[in-house]
Structures are given as C-alpha cells and as structure tokens.
Design a protein around this ligand. Sequence first.
Ligand SMILES: [Zn+2]
Length: 150
Amino acid sequence: MAITDKIYVKNHQQLRSQLETNFPKGAFKGATLDVLFQGEGLAKLDEASRERVLDFAEDFLDCDCEASPHCGCPERKFVTYLLELREQGLGPDAIVDVMSDDYMVYAYPGDVLSFLDDSVRTLEAIETLADVDGRHEVAETVQERRNRLV
Ligand SMILES: [Zn+2]
C-alpha cells in the first residue's frame, strides 16, 4: 500500500456531521477527494476546518488533468511534500504534526517511517543502477538526494 493510502482525515466524524454526508476516512480515497476537497459543502464547515480543506485542495488538487482529482497528481504531490519535510530534518512524529497543522490530516508515525525507509532504499537502487550503467553524475545527484533524507 502506498503511504497516501494511509493518510487520514482528522476530525473525520465532526466533518461528516458538519457536511451532513458520508465520506471515507482515507484522505486520498476517491470519494473523500470528491466530497470533502472538491465538494460544494465547504460553506458548511467551521472556519478552521474550511481553511485547511481549502489549503489541501489548492496545494494538491490544482492540476489541469481531465481526470483530476483522480489522475494521481494529488498523491504524487503529497509524497513530494512528505519528502521535503524530511529534507528539512523532520522525523516521522514531527512530519505527522506538521501535516495535521497544515491540512488536518494524519498518519501513523510508523507508516511514515516505513515510507521514508522505502524511499531511501529506492534511491539506493537507482544509484547502484546508474553507477553500473556508467552514469556517475546521475548516481551522484541521487546520492545527494538520499543523504538529505537520512
Ligand atoms: Zn493531475
């Protein structure tokens, strides 16, 4: 499962009752993207929630794809956001705190940790392939990236 399958909407119950409609707890579930982040119910949300829901929509659902928001861009952008937080030196717990503050979503720190480990391993594999391939500049760039994540 991708990390984006393990990102959850905070205050899910409360938001559901404010919107007077049902949607899944997973932030990147199709119905959540439609109902919460693109829905017409925004006006029904309290102000603090509305701001964060709008921020999420603006930051992750802003592509022009025909299939948007079901095009994969929101997930890709969120992964980039997580990696950027890591590059700023944040650990899994702090990353969860920041995403809660920014967008009212959360994850389990253990899941974030696995995601970061997987990302580092993926970069290691790319680095090795690039070296074997004689593409040392690529390998170096990847290594720099990887060093910022560990
Ligand atoms: Zn898109």
